[in-house]
Design a protein around this ligand. Sequence first.
Ligand SMILES: [Zn+2]
Length: 269
Amino acid sequence: MACIFCDNPSELTLEHAIPQWLYHQFSPGTEGKFPVTALHFIEGKGYVTVRPHDSMSFVTKKLCRRCNNEWGSELEKDVIPILTPLTGKTFPQLVHLHFSTLLPHSEVLCRWLVKTAITTSWTLPNVWRPKRDFSKSVRADQLPHEIWMEVAKSNQRGIFAAITQLFPTWNGGAYSGFRMNVEVPTFQFCLQVNHLLLRVASTPGARAIYSGSHGRRPYRVYPKPHPIDPDIVEYEDGFDFLKSVALETFAECEGEVPPEGWVPRRIIT
Ligand SMILES: [Zn+2]
């Protein structure tokens, strides 16, 4: 097995899927150690718990020493001062003002979140793993095509990470279940640290629409921010945020049948 970012077959090192400084933000009293539960989407059953483990064992050995210590660590250093004010135990007031401070850093944040999505995908069982060219573009300081990123606030404090290729999908105005694009892979990765919610996704050929408990739409960071709307950036928790996005497709897509009982409640187009 070679490094997932540069194909170097030697000197593979242990890398925390979710950066350790974020664990410390969540649980400073235990030096970033706490129980972790992973969820896995199974057709007909919805999301089920995979295997509980410990935050410190949420690691992957798929990065070489150079990638870990050079550009990987530079990327972390760039992002720490940007996200630290938003990942504390209490979320700052003036949410939109704080979100707007992220916009000048949109590219580095998006690249960092894609890197975190890739390392997380190699830590969780049974999830999609991005292709090599995807990882390589991140290493080469580029963003893969058709990537978008958004942020929101969670009402409940927590820590949560999820990666999925399946989206609730509307085709030609009709709901057609959880689907994915198999030609050009769709995916979304959601990360919650305390009250901050982050999502990075790639949805070629489709338009993101928002459903879910309150019909709220998150704050777009990359590539082009949505106009600011002061009431639509709060979600109950990371899971609520994960479920809130649906796709409106313009082409046929392969997929799976909708799980029983899934009813979109409100759609913002
Ligand atoms: Zn490498």
